[in-house]
Design a protein around this ligand. Structure first.
Ligand code: FPP
Length: 249
C-alpha cells in the first residue's frame, strides 16, 4: 500500500505547523552558499503545500522568517526577501489552481515594502479561495506576539472595554494574531534540531511534536505523509487518562 493510502482521512489534523530548518547546513554540506539552500527550500515548500492540500488539511502554517532572523547577515536577509517576492509571484497561480488562501502572521511592518506589497497582492488575490489556508509566519516571534497581546489587553482594561476579571484563556487567545485559527494539532521540525525557537508558544500547548531528520531542501511529500501517519497513531489525552479518551468521556 502506498504511504498516502495509509492515512485515515477521517482523522486528519486540522492544523499542521512546520518549522522549516536546515537550508544553510544543506547548502554548506554541498559546498554551496547558504542562499542556494533557501532557493532549493522553495521546492520543499511547494511539495509540502501540495501534499497538505491534496490530503485535505485545513490549515498549514510555515515558519518562513523569524524576528530573530533579522539579525542574519544583510546579504542573506535581502536574498531571502527577494526569494519571497519572486516565489509569491510565481506561485500565486498554483495557489489559485489549488483553491488555497494565503495569510501572513508576524510583525509585517518590518518587511521591506516590495515584500509587503507582494504579500498583500497574493493575499488579496487568494482571499476568495475556500480550500486550504496557507499561513506564512514572517517576521514572527511568539514572545513578540504574546507581549503585544498583553499590551492590547492592558489598553482595553484602561479604556474600560475589558474587565480584568473576565480575562481567561479564551479571552487571551482573542488578542493573539491567530485568534481566528485553531491551535496546531502537530508541529513538525526538520533538520534534526529539537527546539521550538520562539514559534507559536501559546498555540502549541497540546500539539504533537514530530521531528524529521533531514534538512528542509531534502524534505518531500513522503516525509509529510510519514508525520501524519505517526500523528494518527498517537493518543491525544489533553491531560485526561486513556480510558476517558477511549470512552469519549
Ligand atoms: C531555515 O533554514 C530556513 C529559513 C530561515 C527560511 C525559510 C525560507 C524558505 C524555505 C524559502 C522561501 C519560503 C517561502 C515560504 C516562499 P536555516 O537558514 O535556518 O538553516 P540552518 O539552520 O542550516 O542555518
Amino acid at each position: 500500500m502506498e504511504m498516502k493510502d495509509q492515512i485515515d482521512k477521517k482523522k486528519l489534523p486540522v492544523h499542521v505547523a512546520v518549522i522549516m530548518d536546515g537550508n544553510g547546513r544543506w547548502a554548506k554540506e554541498k559546498g554551496q552558499h547558504r542562499i542556494f539552500g533557501h532557493q532549493q527550500g522553495v521546492k520543499s515548500v511547494r511539495e509540502i503545500t501540495e501534499a497538505a492540500a491534496e490530503l485535505g488539511i485545513r490549515y498549514l502554517t510555515l515558519f518562513a522568517f523569524s524576528t530573530e532572523n533579522w539579525n542574519r547577515p544583510k546579504e542573506e536577509i535581502s536574498a531571502l526577501m527577494s526569494l519571497l517576492v519572486t516565489t509569491l509571484k510565481s506561485e500565486t497561480k498554483t495557489l489559485m489552481n489549488n483553491n488555497i488562501r494565503l495569510e501572513a502572521l508576524g510583525n509585517l511592518d518590518l518587511l521591506p515594502v516590495q515584500v509587503r506589497d507582494g504579500l498583500n497582492e497574493t493575499i488579496n488575490k487568494t482571499s476568495g479561495n475556500t480550500g486550504m489556508i496557507l499561513v506564512l509566519a514572517l517576521s514572527y516571534s511568539a514572545r513578540w506576539e504574546i507581549t503585544n497581546a498583553a499590551r492590547k489587553i492592558a489598553m482595553d482594561v484602561r479604556s474600560g472595554k475589558l474587565n480584568p476579571k473576565d480575562i481567561d484563556e479564551q479571552v487571551f487567545s482573542q488578542y493573539l494574531l491567530t485568534h481566528h485559527i485553531p491551535d496546531p494539532d502537530i508541529l513538525i521540525r526538520t533538520s534534526g534540531e529539537y527546539r521550538i525557537s520562539n514559534f507559536l508558544l501559546w498555540q502549541i500547548a497540546y500539539a504533537e511534536l514530530y521531528f524529521v531528520h533531514k534538512y528542509w531542501p531534502d524534505v518531500r511529500k513522503s516525509d509529510f505523509y510519514r508525520a501524519i501517519i505517526d500523528y494518527q497513531q498517537r493518543e491525544r489525552r489533553f491531560g485526561k487518562i486513556s480510558e476517558q479518551i477511549q470512552l469519549n468521556l
